[in-house]
Design a protein around this ligand. Structure first.
Ligand SMILES: Nc1ncnc2c1ncn2[C@@H]1O[C@H](COP(=O)(O)OP(=O)(O)OP(=O)(O)O)[C@@H](O)[C@H]1O
Length: 237
């Protein structure tokens, strides 16, 4: 579903992403973990085409990531969900439907509003939404075209415990629907319960990449927790 080969991103002379390669199979949920500044957001933004990569190749659904064909496969939910101040929640969906040329989107939008508890908010303006609601609107907009692959950048930041629990449930449901998900975070426990695989980034490189099952096995043998392993792999020399 996603293949990243030798991705490099330099800001001036600094290598923010340092020749990384990885892939995601269809239906896999992968957590991209790393401390602040590790390069997670830069990696994601290069993959979705918001930042120009310095080198490397990225394929989505077998297509170059910048092609229209690739764009039909995925949605990206940014760290700070930005909504249009003067569009209502319903108008956000209409905007996405028109941009993607979706017919018969209203039934799907209504179902998404029901599911994400936005039904009574559908006439609210973007500027009047809380951070949690903005995120839900952002997720509904992302799901309206029914993408197979979803990128979430730091989805738990700024959410209260209830909204964090809801977001975890959303991941679980999307996983059950067979979606492929890459989620970047520095909050380990936010992905521990849903990720099939964890990739750990440090200083622009991937320093750990394994299934959660194998990682847990290694951790139990070594008497570690996932947090211990994360701190060990990302510690400064
Ligand atoms: N626009 C930019 N110009 C110059 N350097 C940048 C820019 N954006 C990010 N960087 C640098 O690139 C490196 C990777 O940053 P990035 O935001 O990708 O990390 P991150 O892992 O997402 O961190 P966080 O968890 O804090 O969001 C950091 O050293 C950062 O200072």
């Amino acid at each position: 579903m996603l293949e990243v080969i030798g991705l490099v991103k330099k800001y001036d002379k600094q290598n923010a992403v340092n020749d990384i390669s990885f892939s995601l199979q269809g239906g896999e949920v992968v957590g991209l973990l790393g401390p602040n500044g590790a390069g997670k957001s830069t990696t994601m933004k290069c993959i979705v085409g918001l930042l120009r990569k310095t080198a490397g190749e990225v394929y989505i659904g077998g297509h170059d990531h910048l092609s229209v064909e690739a764009k039909r496969f995925f949605s990206y939910i940014p760290e700070t969900p930005s909504v249009y101040d003067l569009l209502t929640v319903q108008e956000h969906m209409q905007f996405i439907a028109q941009a993607y040329g979706l017919s018969d989107w209203k039934t799907r939008a209504t179902a998404l509003f029901e599911y994400y508890d936005l039904h009574d908010k559908k006439d609210k303006l973007g500027r009047d939404l809380s951070k949690g609601m903005r995120q839900k609107v952002s997720i509904c907009c992302a799901l309206l075209p029914d993408p197979q692959l979803l990128f979430f950048d730091e989805p738990m930041i700024g959410l209260d415990p209830k909204a964090i629990r809801n977001t975890k449930k959303i991941f679980k449901d999307l996983k059950d629907q067979g979606k492929t998900i890459l989620v970047s975070t520095h909050l380990i426990d936010s992905v521990e319960s849903i990720a099939d695989r964890i990739m750990i980034m440090k200083d622009g490189s991937i320093v750990g990449n394994d299934t959660l099952e194998k990682l847990k096995l290694q951790m139990v043998e070594a008497g570690y927790s996932l947090e211990d392993l994360f701190l060990e792999l990302t510690k400064d020399e």
